[in-house]
Design a protein around this ligand. Structure first.
Ligand code: 5GP
Length: 182
């Protein structure tokens, strides 16, 4: 059976990870995206079971207690976690699985799956990152500030990753991620 592979995509909020990952999934049927659970409220247009499994805090804490998550982290006042069973099933079946997760989760995955390929997506600058978060207009002022504080800490850890890719131009960034994976 072919070897399963785990690919972790990390980078600050607003850097364009979601857009990159959606492009990868659309163009490469061999890649499977793990859908995370979160206690964050759905943004306009987000669909339960497609973008995230949206959960209450109590549901999420029960899932932590039942060891349902491969990893989980708190981010900007909410919980986020990777459901364990689905990812393990896919890897055991020889599939390539993409995780789009923040730094704490990426570190946990490095311990559990040392062979995972870990990619960090960087913004061209912090100013540009802030502009992108503001322009998408989906977060409150307090959420934006929490995300920018977290962004600085995440960027400071970029050297822990196998490869860093700057998302200056989206098409180029996607090509570079594809080169790293395939
Ligand atoms: P957002 O609220 O913008 O969708 O996500 C906030 C952050 O949580 C992003 O950096 C995203 O990559 C990360 N995230 C999403 N799902 C997971 C997960 O399952 N585990 C962890 N550790 N982080 C996640």
């Amino acid at each position: 059976m072919p070897q399963g592979k785990l690919i972790v995509i990390t980078g600050p909020s607003g850097v364009g990870k979601g857009t990159i990952v959606r492009s990868l999934i659309k163009n490469h049927p061999s890649l499977h995206l793990s859908i995370s659970a979160t206690t964050r409220s759905p943004r306009p247009g987000e669909v339960d079971g497609q973008d995230y499994y949206f959960m209450s805090k109590a549901e999420f804490e029960a899932a932590i207690a039942s060891a349902d998550f491969l990893e989980w982290a708190e981010y900007a006042g909410n919980y986020y976690g990777t459901p364990q069973t689905k990812v393990k099933e896919l890897i055991d079946a020889g599939k390539w699985v993409l995780l789009e997760i923040e730094l704490v989760g990426a570190r946990a995955i490095a311990n559990i799956f040392p062979d995972a390929l870990r990619i960090f997506i960087l913004p061209p600058s912090l100013e540009e990152l802030e502009a992108r978060i503001r322009n998408r207009g989906k977060d409150s002022e307090s959420a934006i500030n929490q995300r920018l504080i977290r962004a600085k800490a995440e960027i400071a850890a970029k050297d822990e990753f196998d490869i860093c890719i700057v998302n200056q131009d989206l098409t180029t960034a996607i090509k570079e991620v594809e080169q790293a994976i395939f």
